[in-house]
Design a binder for this molecule. Structure first.
Ligand SMILES: Cc1cc2nc3c(=O)[nH]c(=O)nc-3n(C[C@H](O)[C@H](O)[C@H](O)COP(=O)(O)O)c2cc1C
Length: 355
């Protein structure tokens, strides 16, 4: 299967620019979704490696440890198909309260030698209201085969001092459709967004969202929605310690570590300077953030490890460092649609202590 992708499909995809190739893959998944029983049949083959137990986390059952990272399904078009590719969960978005087009094209660049991508998408999406409507057309929370995380970010037109309201309004529109929510304050492509990782902004934002979450739970008599925070790989250890203290104080459910980096490792060669770098050159950096967060929290704060996973050993290293689950994006661009299932199988059959 890897051979099929690497020798035939990938060269075909790579004749197109990166964003067009991405759009083609979305179209192919829409076709898959339209074929009767195709998704269901592939789910049965790919989703749960034989003999493995589901992973219980955030009061949810994950059929395996491998998830799709945010940024692939930016318009909530194909999320019901991700289980068929073997993903045990998927994060969709980033969605913002207001519709927006994102940054001008070209805004995605591939670097095959380095197995890397640089993107400066800037959260193009039709806005939380349209997304809520789209999500309502698909399988509801109880009827899904894999947990779906909804990633929310700040609208570009919203100034930083009213960012909190912007996130809360997105929360109100999207919470009913989310198995878990991920608060994105770490994309490098929305001016000022990463400033929300600072103590004052972050405390207000997370306290407000948790209050809103609790009020929703009481009002609807529904379970509360797990809330996670997605952090950048470019934070210093003191900054990470600060985030951890805030996460503990507001009883945050977990961390997604990490988003893309604004740094360009020299070893990766010449690259586009605008935007965030993902893929293999990010691996060691993301691993070091997961290692630090897991140790500093004594393993008490669940971490989803993400960044540069291009091989099953990379995913196993995230687990060794203390991650509970992993996510991939760029690795799938280079390894293909059979990669998530292969990764999940390797992790499930590992003899490491966490398996
Ligand atoms: C093309 C592209 C678009 C992305 N868009 C988003 C996004 O909208 N929101 C987000 O939180 N992360 C986004 N990311 C970051 C990924 O979710 C992930 O954190 C990062 O790419 C590291 O994982 P990887 O090396 O496996 O790709 C994007 C990544 C790529 C490559």
């Amino acid at each position: 299967m890897d051979f099929l992708y690497e020798k035939i499909l990938r060269p075909l995809f790579f004749t197109q620019d990166a964003e067009t190739a991405h759009e083609i893959s979305i179209r192919l998944l829409r076709i898959l979704d339209a074929i009767p029983f195709a998704v269901h049949t592939l789910e049965r083959i790919n989703l749960r490696p034989r003999h493995s137990k589901p992973i219980r986390l955030f009061d949810l059952d994950f059929p395996n440890r491998v998830g799709l990272a945010a940024g692939f399904d930016k318009y909530a078009q194909v999320w019901p198909t991700f289980g068929a590719l073997g993903f045990g969960h998927a994060e969709i978005g980033t969605f913002t309260l207001h519709p927006q087009d994102g940054n001008p094209k070209p805004r995605v660049f591939r670097y095959p030698q380095a197995e890397a991508v640089v993107n400066s998408f800037g959260f193009p999406n039709p806005g939380a209201e349209v997304i809520a409507h789209r999500l309502a057309q698909g399988p509801g929370k109880g009827a899904r085969t894999i947990p779906i995380g909804i990633n929310i970010g700040k609208s570009k037109i919203t100034p930083l001092d009213t960012a909190c309201e912007d996130y809360v309004n997105s929360f109100r529109l999207l919470a009913d459709h989310a198995d878990f929510l991920v608060i994105n304050i770490s994309s490098p492509n929305t001016p000022g967004l990463r400033e929300l990782q600072g103590r004052a902004h972050l405390t207000t934002l997370l306290e407000t969202l948790q209050r809103e979450n609790l009020q929703r739970t009481v009002r609807l008599n529904a379970p509360r929605i797990p809330i996670l925070l997605k952090i950048a790989p470019d934070l210093s250890y003191p900054q990470l310690e600060e985030i951890l203290a805030i996460a503990t104080a507001v009883a945050l459910d977990g961390i997604v570590a990490t988003n893309t980096t604004i740094e360009r490792p020299q070893t990766a060669g010449d690259m586009e300077t605008r935007g965030g770098l993902s893929g293999r050159p990010l691996l060691e950096k993301s691993l070091s953030i997961v290692r630090f967060m897991a140790r500093a929290s004594n393993g008490k704060l669940p971490i989803i490890g993400c960044g540069g996973i291009c091989h099953p050993d990379d995913a196993a290293r995230f687990m060794d460092e203390g991650a509970s689950l992993v996510q991939i994006f760029t690795g799938m661009i280079y390894r293909g649609p059979f990669f998530p299932a292969a990764l999940a199988r390797t992790l499930a059959w590992s003899h490491r202590p966490w398996a």
